[in-house]
Ligand binder design. Sequence first.
Ligand SMILES: NC(=O)c1ccc[n+]([C@@H]2O[C@H](COP(=O)([O-])OP(=O)(O)OC[C@H]3O[C@@H](n4cnc5c(N)ncnc54)[C@H](OP(=O)(O)O)[C@@H]3O)[C@@H](O)[C@H]2O)c1
Length: 289
Amino acid sequence: MLVTTPRGVVGRHVAEALRDRRDVRFLVRSEASAAVLEGVVRGEVLRGDATNAEDVRRAVAGVDRLFLAHPFAEDQIHAETTLGVAAVEAGVRRIVKLGARRFYGGLVPDAVTGNHDIITDRLRDTGIEELTVLQPDRFLQNFLPAASAIAQGTLADPAGSGARGYVDVRDIAEVAIAELLADRPVGGAIEISGPDALSLAELAQSFGAALETPVRHLDVPLDDAWRTDLAERGLSPQIIDGLHDLYANYRREGVAGLGDGVQRVLGRPPRSADDFAREVLRPAALETD
Ligand SMILES: NC(=O)c1ccc[n+]([C@@H]2O[C@H](COP(=O)([O-])OP(=O)(O)OC[C@H]3O[C@@H](n4cnc5c(N)ncnc54)[C@H](OP(=O)(O)O)[C@@H]3O)[C@@H](O)[C@H]2O)c1
């Protein structure tokens, strides 16, 4: 089995679940990620770039299943299609791809969900026998880098006032593992969300309860200042445009429907925002104190 992005937000939980298996190869790009994994996992840690044909050829050799993920980046379509196509040519029969929940109701096309559509079509075109596309809603773990600011009372976010099923990435990883290891995977598109559609104001309340301090949502407009902030953090104009359209769709969608993937695949309800706040956000906030 090949696991990509084993140090990614979702992939690290997939890697953790597979750490004791010898029949897993973990593809890492950076030396730092290789150093973290080596000595922890029993499988093989392979250094390589998902956009490099030779690295990809080595990564997929002898593999039967693939966990395929990649960040939203300029090279995402190239990386995922190169890996996916090479994997099928090398004999992979099952791909579990990390995608994203689609928007409903005729919203503006955005590059984030658009990339996943293009990649998924190309994977289907290979004739792969078993393809699972995980389609999670927004990750609760997106808020972890802001744990300290949240603990000081502000949840700043530009996704507007609608409500959605924010999802704990631990659930996404568990669904991915179940699909990778099952004798008969559920397969197809699997929408994954938390148990409730929450507005950012309600999410702030949930975070505040766990942190034992009032937290309020600050609506960040998608304006020039927002663009400048992202550019200063090193994001390219193309990626900023993609994120702009994604957030604009979050703002337009209003109340998003809930995906039943966790219940369908794992036979249990998804973790709640309260669970995440208590188990993940609070320790992170205390650490950055
Ligand atoms: N955030 C959300 O709310 C959300 C919601 C739904 C869906 N999604 C989808 O989730 C996906 C991202 O997943 P994620 O957040 O788990 O990923 P992530 O954390 O952004 O992935 C980061 C990892 O990607 C690896 N990587 C980057 N470029 C690489 C390359 N060229 N070759 C090999 N490895 C490379 C890096 O490896 P090194 O560490 O070795 O550099 C790094 O560890 C996106 O497709 C997005 O659309 C996100």
